[in-house]
Design a protein around this ligand. Structure first.
Ligand SMILES: NC(=O)c1ccc[n+]([C@@H]2O[C@H](COP(=O)([O-])OP(=O)(O)OC[C@H]3O[C@@H](n4cnc5c(N)ncnc54)[C@H](O)[C@@H]3O)[C@@H](O)[C@H]2O)c1
Length: 86
């Protein structure tokens, strides 16, 4: 499992929920990531890149509210911290 996070501190007070988006590097998933980040939520994107692309999430990589976990969602795994919605 590879986890990619930004070291930059989260600025602003817009944090609302921590939302896990399965398949977040895909077409629909990346749009969900974009929407949730724009609303001030934190996003944990879980994707095994079977059909998704890093290009779909590249624009989020410097966002401190975005975390990418390369992982098959069908295989149990642990996520640090809380998850409010998925
Ligand atoms: N520009 C456009 O209009 C456009 C572009 C692309 C796709 N589409 C359409 O969108 C639809 C497809 O979009 P989508 O978002 O449903 O599919 P997608 O393949 O883009 O997204 C699915 C995501 O789930 C991931 N995934 C699959 N199995 C996984 C697993 N076990 N664990 C973790 N991640 C996993 C894939 O890697 C991928 O990132 C199709 O109807 C397609 O025609 C439209």
């Amino acid at each position: 499992m590879r986890t990619v996070t930004s070291n930059q501190p989260r600025v602003g007070t817009g944090k609302k929920k921590v939302i896990l988006v399965a398949g977040g590097a895909g077409f629909i998933g990346s749009h969900l990531c974009s929407r949730f980040l724009a609303e001030g939520h934190e996003v944990i994107c879980v994707d095994n890149f079977e059909t998704g692309s890093m290009a779909n999430v590249a624009m989020f990589m410097n966002d401190p509210g975005f975390r990418l976990i390369e992982q098959d969602i069908c295989i149990p795994f642990e996520v640090k911290g809380r998850i409010d919605e998925c």
